[in-house]
Design a protein around this ligand. Structure first.
Ligand code: DX5
Ligand code: ZN
Length: 221
């Protein structure tokens, strides 16, 4: 299990003041910046791309940037995110023709690679590529929008993913994304997650620090 990490999803930040928002949430104790890329094709919403990632780096953001690709196809955009300073790049297996090749593209470019599983997508392919994966991201909502409710069945899937990761003996983060808040973060951690994406739960409050502290207090149990 990796040390716990809080990864605010900037999807719920104020895009008109994005640099300041990211600064503020990092100063409030966040560990990783979760960066949601939606293409209005793989998911029914349209957000931000490599230019914005690069702009955050130029603005001075040094924290890891965790790029969650909700785009199809994925290979074409991987190079742009590598150049833009992405630290992690994760994609949905059904959004690429060749999962292993897409993972290799990310790793060859020097970023950490991950696979994202929708609530009803099986973890089956994971066992064939576990040696090329640095992060497993389980969606606990259907991707496309912030502010949805956590799907409880994801807890069973987290336990399944945790067992696979532990058996592999590798250093792999197990991230959860969707509907995470102060009330449910502890049960999510108990099911095996170590990295917690939270968008509306953090950016929906005026005091980011108090939410992040409350989450850490729950994790400390
Ligand atoms: C949804 C995105 C999430 C989203 C989470 O497709 O991948 O990262 O921002 O938002 P909350 O925490 O509000 O569910
Ligand atoms: Zn996400």
């Amino acid at each position: 299990m990796q040390p716990f990490a809080i990864a605010p999803s900037i999807l719920s930040a104020d895009f008109a003041r994005l640099g300041e928002e990211v600064d503020r949430v990092l100063a409030a104790g966040a560990d990783i910046v979760h960066f949601d890329v939606m293409d209005n094709h793989y998911v029914p919403n349209l957000t931000i791309g490599p230019m914005v990632c690069s702009a955050l780096r130029k603005y001075g953001i040094q924290a890891p940037i965790d790029v969650h690709l909700m785009v199809k196809p994925v290979d074409r955009i991987i190079g742009d995110f590598l150049e833009a300073g992405a630290s992690y790049i994760t994609f949905h297996p059904e959004a690429t023709e060749h999962i292993d090749r897409s993972l290799q593209l990310i790793k060859a470019g020097g970023a950490k690679a991950g696979l994202v599983f929708n609530p009803a997508t099986s973890l089956d392919c994971l066992k064939y590529v576990l040696d090329k994966v640095d992060m497993v991201l389980l969606m606990s909502v259907n991707p496309g929008f912030g502010g949805q409710s956590f799907i409880p069945k994801t807890l069973d899937k987290l336990r399944e993913a945790r067992a696979l990761i532990d058996q592999s003996g590798q250093t792999i983060r197990l991230e959860i994304d969707g509907g995470v808040n102060v009330k449910n973060i502890r049960s999510i951690a108990e099911a095996g997650a170590d990295t917690f994406v939270a968008g509306s739960a953090i950016f929906g409050q005026s005091d980011y620090r108090s939410v992040i502290q409350a989450m850490r207090a729950e994790l400390a149990g």
